[in-house]
Design a protein around this ligand. Structure first.
Ligand code: SAM
Ligand code: DTB
Ligand code: SF4
Length: 313
């Protein structure tokens, strides 16, 4: 019987991180197998519907107005173009379409423009996800009424390290939006980034915050920082490969029923590392040539990878 716990202690999580690698992977994979088909990986496609000029100062992000990253700002995309891209993603095999906007929070007026995009994508038969920044409870209810399936809002790192990464909002602001999304009845997608100069204890603390939410997130993206020239974190030392895989394994153990997404950073990962992540409990990826502003493996490369590993979508 798989036990779902919402009261993980930091010591327990640190102890998981300290286990011998093979023991940790065996434990995580055993849980993974009990809950999921171990050979199935869900695929989501991403589209940035509003690029750049974001007022927040997230030290990892290409879209913050505070750093000169050479990114050209663009207005909110026209709906026809969004739906065309969604159709292309569907034709390539994506089952969920996630639309992102470089906003601190949406205004009610801008939210009104996103709603027909959600409805249009849903009408194509794909699951819908958006990531638009902070939401009020009323805005979350509006999105639920529009039929939104998932809202992505990452806590990014530990509450202790948060102030070293972002200064324009508080960790608690992120939790408040997650509460609003959960209370509206929308599936919660929340995870973080490795490679922000955090310690292993920060990684444990980040996973503790996620696993001790009122309910575990339905989806937990684990991103490897894509270093962006011009941002304060452009040359931060990345975590070792085994440390990244460990984090996936611990996420799987703490949140057995969550879909753990091996998210940004896969272009830097070889076949072996991605295979280990899938073994450790990752069962979703971003699929398609582009993440938000950076590149991702091509759909063809991922199809070939899945074929070599015997993975189905
Ligand atoms: N502006 C909204 C927000 O921050 O909530 C939504 C879009 S934002 C780009 C979505 C998430 O992408 C961030 O929370 C962060 O976890 C991730 N992200 C952004 N830049 C990244 C990078 N360079 N490498 C890895 N993940 C990144
Ligand atoms: C998430 O956890 N990762 C995605 C998605 N949610 C929105 C974003 C990754 C962004 C990588 C850097 C870029 O392309 O700008
Ligand atoms: Fe803005 Fe989101 Fe980038 Fe932060 S992560 S700067 S909120 S687009």
């Amino acid at each position: 019987m798989i036990e779902i716990k919402n009261d993980w202690h930091l010591d327990e999580i640190n102890a998981l991180f300290q286990m011998p690698f093979n023991d940790l992977l065996f434990m995580a994979h055993s849980i993974h197998r009990e809950v999921f088909d171990p050979n199935q990986v869900q695929v989501s496609s991403l589209l940035n519907i509003k690029t750049g000029a974001c007022p927040e100062d997230c030290s990892y992000c290409s879209q913050s107005s505070k750093y000169d990253t050479g990114l050209e700002r663009e207005k909110l995309m026209e709906i026809d173009l969004v739906l065309q891209q969604a159709q292309e993603a569907k034709d390539k095999g994506a089952t969920r379409f996630c639309m992102g906007a470089a906003w601190r929070n949406p205004t009610d007026k801008s939210l009104d423009k996103v709603i027909p995009m959600i409805q249009g994508v849903k009408a194509m038969g794909m699951e819908t996800c958006v990531t638009l920044g902070m939401l009020t409870p009323t805005q979350a209810d509006t999105l639920k009424e529009a039929g939104l399936d998932y809202y992505n809002h990452n806590i990014d790192t530990s509450k202790e390290h948060y102030g070293n990464v972002v200064s324009t909002r508080k960790f608690q602001d992120r939790l408040d939006t997650l509460d609003a999304v959960y209370n509206a009845g929308i599936n919660v997608c929340s995870g973080g980034i490795l490679g922000l100069g955090e310690t292993q204890v920060d990684r444990a603390s980040m996973l503790q915050s996620l696993s001790n939410l009122e309910a575990h997130p339905d989806s937990v993206p684990i991103n490897l920082l894509v270093p962006i020239p011009g941002t304060p974190f452009e040359s931060v030392e990345p975590p070792s490969e085994s440390e990244f895989v460990r984090t996936i394994a611990v996420a799987r153990i703490l949140m057995p029923k969550a879909v753990v997404r091996l998210s940004a950073g896969r272009l830097e990962m070889g076949e072996g590392m991605q295979a280990l992540c899938f073994f450790a409990g990752a069962n979703s990826i971003f699929y398609g040539e582009q993440l938000l502003t950076t590149d991702n493996p091509t759909a063809g490369d991922d199809q070939a990878l899945f074929q070599r590993l015997g993975i189905n979508r």
